[in-house]
Design a binder for this molecule. Structure first.
Ligand code: MSP
Length: 520
């Protein structure tokens, strides 16, 4: 694999980021960091979705301009991703001038092609979804099922996109590419939706929605926010509808995997694909639709007051880096299924997996190396071990899971290897070997464990980059090694570590502090 391009959904800036937004960005960052360990050139795009009626209304309610609201909240998203070590390559805002200009050109290209035409329309618009809904989408009480609000009746002359023209081609693509929509069980949902699609309205009357990108040559209309937003995946790379695209576009497009929530799969697997087909561009390889995060098994909502900010969790648990939360969130749900956040479960899992199993294993093994061998690895300690087979099998399994974007499953394999290694220590009891004077055997056991710890630090790196770095430092191990080159021959004979340099890589989350986390 030479290059890898991943994207996330771009978040609405009508509020601050919450743990649901964070779940997606962490998940994508873990995928991105894993594939960075497997290819030369990986690229990760995220950003904010800043136009539309929702932003217009929220800013009006707050007595500020839409742009002011966007600036305030876009910054909060960037700050939050920084706090979570979400290591994106580029952050796009749909109010960026370059983006706006290319969106206008894309729209014009589709008008010129005859794929966009003007028509009068009356429909039911949900500003929460930023979409028209049909009667049959609504609840019995006539509400949007996702936002539980009555959609507005909108009667406008709009531009329409000939979605129906691409219906058969999209169906064919989905059927002939079973790994296009991940997880595969969601493909049927999309195929069902495709049965009933109609052409879609792709502009709004400026008199109703003023906060949007104007249609070139038509002062009365602004471009529909989803057309604007979806285009970010290519405008960010320097796509030019009218001529040569930029170097980044040529290098990275089509995306390897576009990560989004299950609620916006229709927009990505139908609308976005049709737009790409209309622009005659290649399609992304995979669309990963992740599930939703609940809080204590309850849907997050402003009215319930249970919306959690990721930063408040870091603060409540007094965490100096975000690795614990990253590990917990990235492994919160099987691929594509819903997951849950609870303070208790967070504390319990991270303490068990990261502090007790993984962190302690390194700490006590290094301590024994110092105690019995002054921190030296002797050449005779380095022998082959069955444990190495397990480690290399795990590398293979982890790669395999990531190939299918099964991030939770990959994390479980890593922890399984940690457990196997802990059992190896217990079974071989190096302290007993030392007591019996079997020093070579004792040194061999410790070295084997430390070799595998090098592998574990590489595997855990995408989830816990800070902890992996701290592990690698104590092992004098080079974390930048590619996964394809991993071996169990990392440690050089000689002096490895002094007593004062052995430090716990992660401290157990303290129960008193954890309890404070509840009041967020
Ligand atoms: N702006 C659109 C996306 C445009 S992409 C071209 C949007 N924004 S959003 O802010 O509502 O959601 C952004 C992402 O966060 C979506 O993928 C959505 O599924 C995800 N999540 C929002 N709440 C979530 C949870 N509670 N749990 C997990 N992800 C959730 O949709």
């Amino acid at each position: 694999m030479e290059r890898f391009y991943t994207t996330t959904a771009i978040d609405y800036v009508n509020g601050a980021p919450h743990i649901g937004h964070a779940y997606e960005k962490i998940l994508t960052d873990v995928i991105y960091r894993h594939f960075s360990q497997r290819c030369e050139d990986a690229y990760f795009l995220t950003g904010t979705d800043e136009h539309g009626i929702k932003i217009q209304k929220t800013s009006a309610a707050q007595g500020i301009t839409p742009k002011e609201l966007c600036d305030i909240n876009a910054q909060k998203f960037q700050d939050c991703w920084k706090a979570l070590d979400v290591n994106y390559s580029q952050f796009i805002r749909t109010t960026d001038k370059e983006h706006e200009e290319v969106v206008q050109k894309i729209f014009k290209k589709l008008v010129d092609k005859g794929d966009i035409y003007k028509n009068s329309y009356t429909g039911l618009y949900c500003s929460g979804c930023e979409a028209f809904l049909s009667e049959k989408d609504l609840t019995e009480d006539g509400l949007c099922p996702d936002h539980l609000k009555k959609p507005e009746v909108v009667s406008e002359e709009n531009y329409f996109f000939k979605l129906t023209k691409y219906k058969d081609a999209i169906i064919k693509h989905i059927k002939t590419h079973p790994d296009f929509i991940v997880p595969a069980f969601r493909a049927n949902e999309v195929l069902n939706q495709l049965e009933n699609i109609e052409d879609i309205s792709v502009s709004r009357a400026k008199s109703n929605v003023s906060w949007g990108i104007p249609v070139l040559g038509d002062d009365e209309q602004v471009i529909y926010v989803w057309i604007d937003a979806l285009s970010n995946y290519i405008t960010a790379l320097g796509y030019n509808p009218d001529g040569e695209s930029g170097e980044k576009f040529n290098k990275y497009w089509p995306a390897t995997v576009q990560v989004i929530g299950k609620d916006i799969l229709k927009f990505h697997s139908i609308y976005w694909i049709a737009i790409l087909m209309a622009l005659e561009l290649p399609l992304p390889e995979h669309i990963l639709a992740h599930g939703w995060i609940t809080i204590d098994q309850t849907k997050m909502s402003k009215s319930l007051g249970n919306v959690i900010s990721p930063e408040s969790i870091l603060k409540a648990f007094n965490l100096e880096h975000p690795d614990a939360l990253r590990y917990y969130m990235a492994s919160a749900a099987p691929c594509g299924k819903d997951g849950n956040y609870s303070d208790e479960d967070f504390k319990e899992k991270v303490n068990a997996h990261i502090a007790n199993s993984m962190g302690n294993l390194l700490n006590r093994t290094l301590s024994m190396l110092v105690k019995y061998f002054d921190g030296d690895i002797k050449p005779e300690f380095k022998v082959q071990s069955e444990l190495f087979d397990k480690a290399l099998e795990t590398v293979k399994a982890v790669k395999h899971h990531f190939d299918y974007f099964e991030v939770q499953e990959a994390s479980q394999k890593i922890i399984e290897l940690v457990d196997i290694t802990n059992k190896y220590v217990t079974d071989n009891a190096p302290w007993t070997l030392a007591k019996e004077g079997q020093m070579d055997k004792c040194g061999e056991v410790l070295t084997n464990v430390l070799e595998v710890m090098c592998v574990i630090s590489s595997l855990i790196y995408p989830f816990c980059p800070n902890i992996a770095q701290a592990m690698a430092e104590q092992l004098s191990y080079d974390l930048s090694i590619k996964l394809d080159d991993l071996s169990c021959n990392n440690l050089k004979p000689g002096h490895l570590i002094d007593k004062e340099d052995i430090k716990p890589v992660f401290l157990r989350m303290d129960s008193e502090l954890a309890d404070k986390g509840k009041g967020k």
